[in-house]
Design a protein around this ligand. Structure first.
Ligand code: SF4
Length: 352
């Protein structure tokens, strides 16, 4: 199993110079210039829930999209713009390129990566798969294009449970990569036969069950919302476990006045929009002792800034290039996921 020192990379990033804080006037100026540039260049801004709220707001105002990685992929594929600027982390830009090779895909910075992607290098992963040729290879979207090209299925946290159940019904045994916590959660829910790669998300891994219990005592009316990339001890304390979109929906459907949220705090922008009268509290991490020192914020998502969005648009920097020979193989498991979720949604609509 891979033991790539992603923690070392995170520490190096945190030690690096952070972008300057913009004044309100500067923010407004960047937003206006980005909006104009999107129009001029026939481009759409696609942002993940974990990015800066200003970028999420701008994506909404300019007809782009703010969503989880499944919907980002679907939106980018279906939108008519010839250029997509993907605010998120690198695998999201690569996914957009694989699904729409004819489009130009830009990112605010390609340095924005993900500990799950780093922790699953293709050579080691491919060797692992070769040792278990009887197993169906299911990989999380948070992986490189090369790992996707080695897989039978790609999943996101919003559809992983349904797809694994579907494979289990067909009697298939599974290799799951890279997130061990999400894999463990799905294995527990479904009883599927899954061999787990031992990757993890450096943000969700820092949520602490003991501190969460203490916080629940302070807010007895609060519901606990947990993303399943968190450790099992934290998932056990959840009222709702789900993908980012599912957690946002929970703030509208549960009656609680307060929510303790165990995922990246960037999601508060959409949660507050969905449920403006509710109080949102970050689930506790190990704070300053944590690896990422993030207090629930992904250091790579934080690299997406307004100046970088503008620079990428105006200068065409950080264009995503996926080796053309990988695209036909990587698109198959992605198309399977999109088709599965489309059919599942149709079935739900049909039953409604
Ligand atoms: S929050 Fe975790 S899973 Fe998401 S991009 Fe950051 S490191 Fe990767």
């Amino acid at each position: 199993m891979s033991q790539i020192p992603e923690r070392v990379l995170v520490q190096a990033h945190l030690a690096a110079k952070q972008p300057p804080v913009l004044s309100e006037a500067e923010q407004a100026d960047y937003c206006a210039r980005i909006a104009a540039s999107l129009k001029e260049r026939d481009a759409a801004l696609v942002a993940h829930y974990y990015t800066d709220p200003m970028i999420q707001a701008l994506a909404e105002e300019t007809g782009g999209c703010v969503s989880d990685s499944l919907e980002m992929a679907r939106f980018g594929k279906e939108h008519p713009a010839s250029t997509l600027i993907v605010a998120g982390v690198r695998f999201m830009g690569e996914t957009a390129k694989i699904l729409s090779p004819e489009k130009r895909i830009l990112m605010p910075t390609q340095e924005a990566t993900c500990s799950l992607d780093i922790g699953c290098p293709i050579d080691e992963f491919s060797a692992f798969c070769d040792q278990h040729p009887d197993r169906t290879v299911v990989v999380y979207a948070n992986t490189s294009a090369a790992v996707k090209a080695r897989a039978d299925w790609v999943v996101t946290s919003s559809c992983a449970l349904g797809i694994v159940e579907h494979l289990m019904d067909r009697g298939e045994k599974i290799i799951w990569a890279p997130d061990q916590h999400l894999g463990g959660y799905i294995q527990k829910q479904t009883g599927a036969d899954m061999l787990l790669w031992q990757g993890s998300c450096i943000v969700h891994e820092e949520f602490k069950a003991k501190s969460l219990l203490d916080l629940k005592e302070v807010y007895p009316d609060a519901a606990v919302l947990v993303h399943p990339e968190s450790p099992a001890s934290v998932v056990e304390l959840a009222d709702v476990v789900g993908s980012t979109s599912q957690l946002i929906r929970a703030t509208q459907t549960l009656p609680n006045p307060t929510f303790i949220v165990a995922t990246d705090r960037g999601i508060f922008y959409k949660m507050q929009q969905a449920a403006p009268d509710r109080r949102l509290i970050e689930a506790p991490t190990a704070g300053n002792g944590a690896t990422c020192r993030s207090c629930a914020h992904c250091p790579w998502m934080a690299m997406n800034t307004l100046p970088r969005v503008l620079q990428a648009l105006e200068q065409g920097t950080d264009e995503i290039i996926v080796p053309p020979e990988l695209i036909p193989r990587a698109v198959k498991p992605l198309d399977r996921m999109l088709s599965f979720t489309r059919n599942a949604n149709l079935a739900v609509a049909g039953n409604a």
